[in-house]
Design a protein around this ligand. Structure first.
Ligand code: SF4
Ligand code: SF4
Length: 128
């Protein structure tokens, strides 16, 4: 399961991920991170059985946590199965099956590249 962390100003300089790993023992993987001196947006892959524990550990430290259950959605009326998103996506979310593009949205890290690259504007990110 992927979790999106929104790290607010004031706590971004604390070793949040390290302390949560030590507390929970969860083997988390950082899949995307955009962090500067004042805030951060991080996508983590977390083992399914540790998801609730890890989420609560971050929340207790003041981090807003959103599970990425269906991070990218496609308008099937607009998609023409051109395959541009298959090439663009860095995580292999899209693939061809019988000449049609299908998606495994569980792989998405919400980088936004496909949204920009889709020539038919058929894709959008689910923002909570
Ligand atoms: S790039 Fe857009 S139109 Fe092309 S296959 Fe992907 S979603 Fe469909
Ligand atoms: S936002 Fe699009 S390109 Fe980025 S990981 Fe998700 S599906 Fe792939």
């Amino acid at each position: 399961m992927k979790l999106m962390l929104h790290v607010a100003p004031g706590i971004v300089r604390y070793p949040l991920i390290a302390s949560v790993i030590l507390e929970t023992g969860a083997l988390v993987n950082i899949e995307r991170a955009s962090i500067d001196a004042v805030s951060g947006e991080i996508v983590l892959e977390v083992p399914q059985d540790k998801c609730t524990t890890v989420k609560e550990a971050f929340e207790s430290r003041g981090v807003k946590v959103l599970p990425l259950e269906n991070p990218v959605i496609r308008d099937d009326n607009e998609c023409v199965h051109c395959g541009a998103c298959v090439s663009i996506c860095p995580t292999g979310t899209f693939r061809f099956e019988d000449w049609l593009v299908v998606a495994d949205s569980g792989k998405c890290i919400q980088c936004g590249a496909c949204v920009v690259g889709c020539p038919h504007r058929a894709l959008k990110l689910v923002l909570k």
